[in-house]
Design a protein around this ligand. Sequence first.
Ligand SMILES: [Zn+2]
Length: 588
Amino acid sequence: MSEFAQSVKQQADIVKIVEGYIRLRKAGAQNYSGLCPFHKEKSPSFSVHAVRQFFHCFGCGVSGDVFSFVGKVENVGFPEAVRIVAQKCGIPLPKREYSSPEEAAGARLRGKLLDLHEAAASWFEEQLRGPEGALAREYLAGRGLTPEGIKTFRIGYAPDSFNALRDRLSGVADNETLRASGLFAWKEQGDGSQGPIYDRFRKRITFPISNESGRVIAFTARALETGEKAGAKYINSPETPLYTKGLVLFNLDKAKTAIRQAEFALLVEGQMDCISVYLRGIQNVIATSGTAFTEQQVAILKRHTSNVAVNFDPDTAGANAAEKSIALLTEEGFTIKIVTLEDGLDPDRYIRERGVEAYTAAVRAARRQSDYLIERARQMFPGASAEQKVKAMNFLLPHIRRMPEKLSRDQFAADAAQKLGIDSAVLREEIRHAALKRRDHIEVRTASLTEVERVLLRALAITDPEHEEARRIAVEAVSSHPATFEGLGSFPALQSLAMRGAQDPMEMVEEQAQMALLAEALMGETGPPSTDTVQGAISSLQKRKIESEIRNLRARIAEAERRGDHIELAVLTQQKLDLDRVLRKLHG
Ligand SMILES: [Zn+2]
């Protein structure tokens, strides 16, 4: 590990970093637990040790330090993981940490683009407050937005000008960077070259789109006027080095804490819906921005919760994207509830017209996805004819098949069969076929340690110089009498740790099963074992070892007696007397 990585590791707190991705609860004096982001599970077997700065999952067996966690969860290599952790801790990167000049240039460009977006966001905000923003302010007020709400979401106004923002930013960055920002557009010239740049967003209300850290990376802009001249109602930033549409969930930066507290995310389609609901105090709300979810977005959401309440527009245009999103969420094992609002209102109008209590009640009354789908099937294919029932079943089957858990599939199938009046044996047969293709989750046998092993592993992993004596005793015992420990399941880990010298104990054990044993010993620890405890553990092992040798000798003595071999008998008896003495000493 480079010096830089080493220093980042010292400054980073693995608990804080992991909490940026998944919810953790305190589980012991020094450890936390949560749902593993690397395998599907319902009860937490993923643990993080705050003092030793490592994680271990008792379900799937992965473990490692802060860099391996970030590398795995972000799906990046070691150098990138170091960079991500450094950035999260606000540690500036030395230039040489980039693996190539192109990468360094890319990072520099992204840095500049972030600055440009920040500058643009502030400038748009300013314009909204200025005289040109009067009409926009009026519109926003009409939609129930207060000045505080506008400030919270940094809503702004792009004035009716082709060059106002360009003039504003041209002193901040060169032309090439401005072109890369997505804030400007240009026309291709007759000779194929790029024409001069002009402001992309004009006479529009601007809504910044932020990344998970809350930095502005793109804009959505709503036309202030309708009609042909005004162009599309909404236009968005194009994809840039900062902004990939399928990687961003609108408002996640503000909502993630509330999502974890509420233990579910409220999913709406439109940004205005999202803003409106959030500003009225329901803060665990995020928006899909009208398009179907991507796998990456689902993965991002999964880091924060696996429960969603979906409140999509009931209109048919939205239904397709909504259905795709729900399908993807189902496949990823989310528990989904469907919110339906009376009179087909969208969340924004509903909450403004009926109030936040009524909306909260509607969210609370959300139906299970299966109930919702069965109801839809009944509406789409009414009547009791066999033909209609087959159609309804065919509508439901793909939804049922998508559920990763067998239990949920069975439950859904049984409900559907009952409510549609279908012989459930038929449905079940279909499901069974579908179920065969699914891979069920893999069970890793959980590690298991004796109390003595626990003590020894903890002693050998001591890093605090104050307790060095306990460690020294254990190291001495394991290195000079390995035979005493050979029979233990954790013997390989004990041996590696005894050889570690000043190295981090977590870096010594490489084999996964051994790491699992070490993690099991360390996760619940309250403090290092005392010298007496360590000595006691070693003695008890020595006793056990000697007792088994004595048992062995007894058998051989009996055998020698039977054979009448007096010489052998004398030798063995002497050996047994010696061992008896050692054993007495150990007991004494
Ligand atoms: Zn796991």
